[in-house]
Design a protein around this ligand. Sequence first.
Ligand code: ZN
Length: 206
Amino acid sequence: MGASCGHDNQFDGESPKYKAALWAVIAINGGMFIVEMGAGALSGSMALKADALDFLGDTMTYALSLYAIGMSLRFRAGAAMLKGMSLAVLSLWVLASSIWHFFGTTIPDAPTMGWIGFMALVANVVSVFILIKFKDGDSNVRSVWLCSRNDAIGNVAVIGAAWLVAITQSKYPDLVVAVLMSTLFLSSAWQIIKQARNEWKHDGQH
Ligand SMILES: [Zn+2]
């Protein structure tokens, strides 16, 4: 799950192949953020909206890797702070509206949830294969796999919720998944903010 994909991308920033790979995953993740958020709004699925947060977080992580090459630690701390704040605000919004929907009558459209959830899974798998060859060293490879595994768990949770919504004709599977995921994102956003604050303060002492 995305906000936790905070692994620092420290590779050879000058490699044009690496920059092209970053642009590719930025396009995939940014596009999927819009698609999944939009589909969430159209289908009335809060779980899709919560899952979309991951794509936003990952898009910002990759954009930061691309843009922050050669920038100061303080600049990167500021950018990470911005990322943490925007994720926190969006997670709070998804969490609050999911809780609100418990009192509503909307039943999300299960086929849309299922297909978009599947598309999200494919997008995450494709992103791993684009990035994995640029990871050097065991710990970096491990962090890509761990992060992608968490993303895939989120996607599969959305697909599972779609299936449960279809057979029970109930809104609750969607809302339970949405509440769990947005709470997770909120706590990782908080971790990002705390870490960015520490880095900012630490850099100020030099
Ligand atoms: Zn992610």
